[in-house]
Design a protein around this ligand. Structure first.
Ligand SMILES: C[S@@+](CC[C@H](N)C(=O)[O-])C[C@H]1O[C@@H](n2cnc3c(N)ncnc32)[C@H](O)[C@@H]1O
Length: 175
């Protein structure tokens, strides 16, 4: 996949959710993960994150937004059901991005949203679980920047499916 990305959340409180975000981020090839003002016990995260993501992917644990330090040129992208948000299926992902989700109870803070270059929303009837939202955004990035072919007009896979085996294999072996 072109570029790189990080995935994180503000004021996340449930270890199972953080574990799921870490595992899924690792699976989708995130370069780093982060929390801002998290309330969780690391041991519980280790139990839920069966992929042991911290071995493969750094986790930054910032106490506040002021402490947050993103790489130069990395755009912060808020993930929230917000009036100013762009619908995810219409969004062109930045090559260098850090996606920040809101807490289980509440929304991304105004302070966090003010730091975001973009805010995206997933077209759902109501909010979904935080780790599910994270997975959908990462999957959408993979669709957008992963070098996949346009979908065929008729149902089923592309007629030249074997052509796409190489990029698929490259992605699968990346760690
Ligand atoms: C469970 S939701 C937060 C609860 C929700 N604000 C409420 O009380 O109605 C947790 C986080 O998941 C993300 N999220 C869930 N559904 C979303 C959607 N449809 N679009 C964008 N983000 C979503 C947001 O980052 C949100 O802050």
């Amino acid at each position: 996949m072109r570029g790189y990305f990080g995935i994180g959340a503000e004021k996340i409180s449930k270890a199972m959710n953080l574990g799921a975000v870490l595992r899924t981020g690792n699976a989708f090839g995130a370069s780093f993960a982060f929390t801002v003002g998290a309330h969780h016990r690391a041991r519980e995260v280790a139990l839920s994150d069966t992929a042991k993501s911290d071995i493969h992917m750094p986790l930054y644990e910032w106490a506040s937004l002021e402490e947050m330090r993103l790489p130069k040129g990395c755009s912060l992208v808020g993930v929230e059901l917000d009036p100013r948000a762009i619908d995810l299926p219409t969004f062109r992902h930045p090559l260098q991005a850090a996606y920040i989700l809101g807490p289980e109870k509440g929304n991304l803070s105004d302070e966090a949203k003010a730091l975001c270059t973009h805010i995206v929303k997933i077209p759902t009837r109501f909010c979904v679980n935080l780790s599910v939202a994270a997975a959908i955004v990462m999957y959408d990035r993979t669709l957008n920047l992963g070098g996949w072919p346009p979908r065929p007009i008729t149902e089923g896979g592309p007629p030249d499916a074997e052509k796409w085996e190489a990029p698929r294999a490259r992605r699968a072996t990346r760690q």
